[in-house]
Design a protein around this ligand. Structure first.
Ligand code: AMP
Ligand code: ZN
Ligand code: ZN
Length: 424
């Protein structure tokens, strides 16, 4: 059944997917035979019309593709590259969007969670505009700064970090976050940016949609509502493809679709209220949720560790003891104690919690439920292939640099992971 749907829709969408499926012209061999350090290639890039577009669909768990009807995403996979991204820990929105555009683990780029505490700058929280727009919270060099330094303009419709002047720089075109702006309006802007005259056009465009994350949280990833939302997002992708197809420069556009993390169902029975175990007065700051990050007052760490010994469904770490594979624990913004719950458990700290069933992420990135969507097509992805082993999402930054023909800033990703994506 699924195969049939895919083939039928391919017939509908192949013209759109011909974007970039033609052979490369001599002026557009970027990041393949040439090395990224080759200045001649960078110069050439400045003069040509190559473009890279990356869309993030928040909370699009990798296996939603097997659970929902997603003909447009399936058709991209059938002509381009598809696989699964392994998010960085913690598997949350802000750390992961910023990891994808810097190639750095959250421990290194400084967004160590959606909410955290910095001794000098104070509290960072995604709901607090002042902190979100303050550049010194963000370390590393985002792709728009790397591109700008090397003569390529950039545009962002809501990518995390793009609203702050990081190292004094924002993308050339950017928007202040407003979740009420519809996906279709966002598409209009992306198409406008792709249609601008070359003298002012961005070479890289990043955009973002909040779903299916929001619906996954509210109803759980196993719900009918989540699947319907996934199908709706697939239609948004279909609309984008139809609009791309009409552009005269369609053969010059690499198009990537990613997600920041997956989603897992948690239940009231397994959830934990830390207020039953701990005394709020022992803490400078508490971040509840997944993971929970505790900032005990000086001298209280041992006491708190003892109190947490019997808490079920949760791994409790002093920050220095967090397993190396999570690349987390040395940043001063991380509290002294980190609680990583098992899948199925949510952590509250509340005197009056409401225990419900819902969806959450933030868990250990080794869980398959946390894996996220990856698909790409365009002139730099000429051969269809599926990547079986998950790709660390920090690979996105050097991949984007390769597609743009620019030299990346220092990052944590491995060259061989970029090759796994670009392999012929
Ligand atoms: P999470 O709590 O990790 O699921 O975060 C997802 C939420 O982050 C989305 O529902 C958005 O409302 C929010 N979000 C995404 N980008 C931004 C932004 N640039 N500024 C503020 N909030 C954002
Ligand atoms: Zn997210
Ligand atoms: Zn979320």
């Amino acid at each position: 059944m699924r195969k049939y749907i895919m083939i039928r829709l391919l017939l509908l969408f192949v013209p759109g997917l011909m974007i970039g499926c033609t052979t490369r012209s001599a002026t557009t061999i970027i990041g393949s035979a040439a090395t990224v350090n080759d200045n001649a290639v960078v110069k050439e890039q400045k003069g040509n019309e190559r473009k890279v577009v990356i869309l993030s669909l928040d909370g699009f768990r990798a296996d939603y593709l097997d659970k929902a009807r997603t003909p447009n995403l399936d058709s991209i996979a059938s002509v381009g590259v598809s696989g699964r991204l392994r998010p960085s820990f913690p598997t949350l929105t802000f750390p992961n969007h910023y990891s994808m555009v810097t190639g750095l683990y959250p421990n290194h780029h400084g967004l160590v969670a959606n909410s955290f505490f910095d001794k000098k700058l104070g509290r960072y929280s995604i709901g607090d505009r002042q902190s979100v727009e303050r550049g010194d919270f963000y370390h590393g060099e985002p792709i728009w700064a790397t591109a700008g330094r090397q003569g390529i303009r950039s545009a962002s419709f809501f990518w995390v970090g793009s609203e702050a002047a990081i190292g004094g720089k924002r993308p050339d075109y950017w928007m202040q976050y407003n979740s009420k702006i519809s996906p279709l309006t966002r598409i209009d802007s992306v198409i406008h940016w792709l249609s601008m005259p070359q003298e002012t056009a961005p070479g890289i465009i990043l955009w973002y949609i909040e779903e299916p994350d929001y619906t996954g949280h509210t109803y759980s990833p196993d719900s009918r509502q989540a699947i319907e939302k996934v199908e709706q997002m697939d239609k948004v992708v279909g609309e984008m493809l139809a609009r791309l197809r009409k552009l005269p420069n369609r053969d010059q556009i690499d198009f990537l679709i990613v997600s920041d993390h997956g989603m897992a169902t948690y239940t009231p029975e397994q959830s934990i209220n830390l207020a039953q175990w701990l005394d709020e007065k022992d803490f400078e700051y508490i971040v509840d949720g997944v993971p929970a990050i505790l900032y005990p007052l000086p001298g209280k760490v041992d006491k708190v560790m003892k109190q947490l010994e019997q808490v079920p469904h949760v791994k409790v770490y002093r920050k220095a003891d967090i397993p190396d594979r999570l690349h987390y624990g040395s940043n001063p913004r991380i509290g002294e104690i980190v609680l990583i719950p098992d899948i199925g458990t949510y952590i509250y700290f509340s005197t009056n919690p409401t225990f419900v069933t819902g969806g959450a992420h933030g868990y250990d990135n080794a869980h398959p439920e946390m894996l996220a969507l990856f698909a790409a097509f365009g002139p730099d992805f000429p051969n269809a292939h599926r990547i079986e082993q998950p790709i660390p999402n920090i690979t996105i930054y050097p991949l984007l640099c390769r597609l743009l023909g620019i030299t990346p800033a220092p990052h944590d990703a491995k060259e061989q992971d970029v090759e796994r994506i670009l392999q012929p």
